[in-house]
Design a protein around this ligand. Structure first.
Ligand code: SAM
Ligand code: SF4
Length: 326
């Protein structure tokens, strides 16, 4: 379905929980996080219902996110049902990888087509500093298991932060030589209460592009139609790709194809806008599908035109990243 700015909206990011087993410096504080109560979080049945309605309004790809999706109990049974929704062409998942080793085979068997694993450093002690947990070994074993059970490609999300991991850009890019990994460098976004975002920490995708140019000829790769606004390249002769997600520097709102559903059932058109549509209340009140479809259509049509971060500067949203789903 088209929004009021002529964009095709076909991609839903579904946050199944606000809980997480890590505390990444740019996402969740170590202490004082108020989690949503279980009764306020959508049940899996409610999520399946809403996704089914979104498919009727043109959604073709769903990405599971969070919080950390793998910490929610019963996820595999949910994935089995989600992947069977008629009309959905792709179901993918983003995880921090900590619990992946034991779940990769089941996730694959459900029909999840691709996974993204977030990993910001290849140095265990640095991963500890960024995530607050000593988890590098678990994440790496999770990646290897995902590869073993046949996920291909495996995407690795790297949030690039000056003074934290900017000296590892080429090491990550080098992984594409030996492995079919797609490395996606993401600009640090100003979405957290602890406010780690500072101009001096910000590394633009242009800075990253300049570094990886030193590794060889960068050949642009056409992204798949649901990928949204990532720039993709292959370094000549390598297995994997490089993706650059310039959420701030590259003004890509005109290409944005996404909607987001929060764990408590709010539909959002933009990560950086607090404009949201409550679907849980009418669903629990027993409102008819026709009514819910109208709300979804209204949310799609009125998706914000742009995030305005370049115009108005970084700002915080009322919900943190782990409550929206990054
Ligand atoms: N827990 C899962 C994970 O970390 O992959 C899924 C949820 S997480 C919110 C989704 C993605 O958002 C991750 O790749 C994470 O690195 C990214 N992210 C979180 N906070 C961010 C921020 N302030 N700036 C840029 N990316 C961020
Ligand atoms: Fe958890 Fe993912 Fe946020 Fe890190 S980025 S704290 S793993 S939800």
């Amino acid at each position: 379905m088209l929004d009021n700015n002529h964009r095709i909206i076909n991609y839903l990011r579904l946050s199944v929980t606000d809980r997480c087993n890590l505390r990444c410096i740019y996402c969740m504080p170590e202490e004082g996080v108020k989690f949503i109560s279980h009764s306020e979080i959508l049940t899996y049945e409610e999520m399946l219902h809403i996704v089914g309605l979104c498919v009727q309004k043109g959604i073709r790809k769903v990405r599971l996110t969070g919080g950390e999706p793998l910490v929610r109990k019963g996820l595999i049974g949910f994935l089995e049902k989600l992947c069977k929704i008629a009309g959905l062409e792709e179901v993918t998942l983003t995880t921090n990888g900590v619990l992946l080793k034991n779940l990769a085979a089941d996730i694959k068997n459900c029909g999840i087509c691709r996974i993204n694993v977030s990993l910001d450093s290849l140095k265990p002690e640095r991963v500890f500093r960024i995530t607050g947990r000593d988890c590098f070994k678990q994440v790496w074993e999770g990646l290897e298991e995902a590869e073993r059970v046949g996920f291909n490609p495996i995407k690795i999300n790297v949030v690039a932060i000056k003074g934290v991991n900017d000296d590892e850009i080429l090491d990550f890019a080098d992984l594409t030589l030996k492995k079919p990994y797609h490395i996606r460098f993401i600009e640090l976004m100003p979405v957290s209460e602890q406010n780690v975002w500072r101009p001096e920490r910000f590394m633009s995708t242009n800075d990253i592009y300049r570094q990886i140019q030193s590794l060889g000829n960068l050949i642009p790769v056409k992204p798949n139609p649901y990928d949204g606004p990532a720039q993709q390249f292959k370094i000549e002769g390598r297995q994997g790709d490089i993706g650059l997600i310039g959420a701030l520097s590259n003004h890509f709102c005109s290409l944005c194809n996404r909607l987001r559903l929060t764990p408590e059932g709010y539909l959002r058109g933009c990560l950086f806008s607090d404009q949201e549509t409550d679907l849980k209340t009418p669903l629990r009140q027993g409102k008819k599908d026709g009514y819910l479809l109208q709300l979804i259509e209204h949310a799609i049509k009125n998706k914000p035109k742009e995030h305005g971060l370049l115009k108005y500067g970084p700002r915080k949203c009322i919900r943190r990243m782990h409550r929206i789903g990054g």
